[in-house]
Design a binder for this molecule. Sequence first.
Ligand code: HEM
Length: 139
Amino acid sequence: MSSLYERLGGIGSITAVVENFRDRVAGDDRINQKFAKTDLARLRKMLIDQVCEATGGPCTYTGRSMKDAHAGMKVTSGEFDALVEDLVATLNHFKVGKPEQDEVLAVLGPLKGDIVEVDSSQVRTPLPPTYEPAPALMR
Ligand code: HEM
């Protein structure tokens, strides 16, 4: 069977999905305050590499571990679910089939424990001032 990477349509499709998703998250006031200090060019590259590698494509993710990247951000379960909702909206926008959507979500679901620090359905919680963002991408 072909890889999920191939069935999603390769690097061009993954790039389009990541950019649509990034714009959705940027416009989602349930979670966008968490990105206040973030270099969005770096985030774009890291998400493309992570999704490409995780779905069996020819990329290597070079970013921080999910635990390190999100440590001290105080992400709640409600905010995690909000982000997954934005992702599903993006996948629907590109008419990604249900089986592929379920596979993408199955890859991401197990990361929840490394990302969520606060077991609460609250959203719009602030980014703690002590949070240290990753260095901006060198360009
Ligand atoms: C399955 C869900 C998620 C995945 C796969 C994911 C993936 C990533 C990746 C790959 C990075 C880049 C790390 C790096 O630059 O080294 C990142 C950074 C980030 N993530 Fe997530 N993330 C998820 C959920 C969330 C949630 C729920 C929030 C907040 C509501 C969030 C907020 C952020 C922020 C603010 C950054 C930038 C960190 C910085 O400035 O260095 N993420 N995430």
